[in-house]
Design a protein around this ligand. Structure first.
Ligand SMILES: Cc1ncc(COP(=O)(O)O)c(C=O)c1O
Length: 396
């Protein structure tokens, strides 16, 4: 049997890799899960009522492009959050969670070549793994740009050689960043937009953590694009209910883009999309319209940030996240630290190297880190963080 070569050399996905590392060793205490970023706070109880009230919709094929009410709910949210006016017909599309959109955007929008050469898709390193798969799937070369402490934990795309930028058709950028919790500020976004305009590529902005923050709401790419008067096709922004509203199982997100990009993504969805069932579209519209539960959710994460600062504040190199719900903790070797922590304490964390690739000089920028998710109930997070401090850092 002939199978495609393009996926033959993929490393195992992070979580099977973690199971292979840890699962044949006995945990050294009651297990605390701090690996997967699956939101665990309660979602609004009324979501199930909205679904029940709309079950008649299971009788119909749902519209691929979303109901008018859902598309309007996206636009109303963007207007409230970013003070940016969108057109519900031409600027937004629903997604079955942002991951699906982050993959399909490359299919819909990345050209086959640029300046007669193989196209490049830029991505931060470490990164959310779907970016790499999207690039490979469209025959583009994924170029991994290290996002380290030295670069403020965001990739510095402006430092790339002209040869790479000349082939670049798109860049992925995650802000607030998974895993580091760094936030792109206005200057970062405007520099990136200027670079994209200069070299004529699109920005795929993954902002699915935008509502989980410590102090000020992170500035959004749409605000900056408006402020600098960017070409409306330059920026494609992704949002999700998974983290904002603790609904990863609802599979609801949306994408914002210029009219031509939106039309191309819509057309691809017409052929290949798996639209969200109508009762879930109704629920999603109601959830985007409500902010009370989002504030409550944020308050719970703030308590966890404070807890992390209190427990880990004296650890050398510790910096609490600006946003999102991960800690990105420096260690000597992430794999060794995760294994030893598991064997000594039962706390499960993810080696940073499982989220990153070797850079051009063979260095994996995630190797000296572990990623710790703050999604578990507070007592578990407290126990996990204390074990991390005592076992990995021996610091009080
Ligand atoms: C950086 C990042 N982007 C996108 C997603 C996808 O989330 P969803 O498909 O649930 O919207 C995740 C989920 O963990 C993520 O961490």
């Amino acid at each position: 049997m002939n199978f495609p070569e393009r996926f033959s050399n993929l490393p195992a996905y992070a979580f099977p890799r973690l199971r292979a590392l840890l699962d044949h060793h006995t945990p050294g205490g009651d297990v605390v899960h701090m690996t997967i970023g699956e939101p665990k706070h309660a979602f609004p109880a009324w979501v199930t009522d909205v679904i029940s009230e709309n079950t008649g919709g299971f009788n119909s094929y749902p519209p691929n492009e979303g109901t008018p009410e859902l598309r309007q709910a996206f636009c109303d949210w963007v207007a409230r959050r970013y003070d940016v006016t969108l057109d519900a017909e031409t600027n937004v599309l629903p997604l079955n969670g942002s991951r699906e959109g982050l993959y399909n955007v490359a299919m819909a929008l990345c050209p086959e070549s640029k300046n007669g050469q193989r196209p490049v898709v830029l991505m931060p390193n470490p990164f959310y793994q779907v970016y790499m798969l999207a690039a490979i799937s469209v025959g583009a070369e994924p170029v991994f740009v290290s996002a380290t402490e030295a670069s403020g934990h965001l990739p510095d795309y402006t430092s790339l050689p002209a040869e790479v930028l000349a082939r670049t058709v798109a860049c992925y950028i995650c802000s607030p960043a998974n895993p580091q919790g760094a936030v792109a500020d206005h200057a970062y976004w405007s520099d990136l937009i200027a670079l994209a305009e200069q070299h004529d590529f699109q920005i795929f902005a993954d902002e699915c953590y935008s509502e989980i923050y410590r102090d000020a709401p992170p500035v959004g790419v749409l605000q900056v694009a408006r402020d600098v008067g960017a070409d409306p096709e330059r920026v494609v922004a992704f949002h999700s209910l998974s983290k904002r509203s603790n609904l990863p199982g609802l599979r609801s997100g949306f994408v914002v883009a210029g009219p031509q990009s939106t039309a191309r993504m819509r057309q691809l969805r017409m052929y290949t999309g798996a639209p969200l069932p109508l009762p879930l579209q109704a629920a999603a519209a109601a959830v985007w319209a409500d902010e009370a539960h989002v504030e409550d959710n944020r308050a719970q994460y703030r308590e966890k940030y404070d807890m992390a600062d209190r427990i880990l504040g004296n650890v050398p190199g510790y910096k609490g996240p600006e946003a999102g719900f991960f800690l990105w903790l420096p260690v000597e070797d992430g794999e060794a630290a995760a294994l030893s922590l598991w064997q000594a304490t039962g706390v499960r964390v993810l080696p940073g190297a499982y989220l990153s690739q070797n850079d051009a000089s063979g260095v994996n920028p995630g190797k000296g880190y572990i990623r710790v998710a703050l999604v578990a109930p507070k007592p578990d997070v407290e126990r996990g963080l204390t074990a991390i401090r005592d076992h990995l850092y021996g610091t009080q």
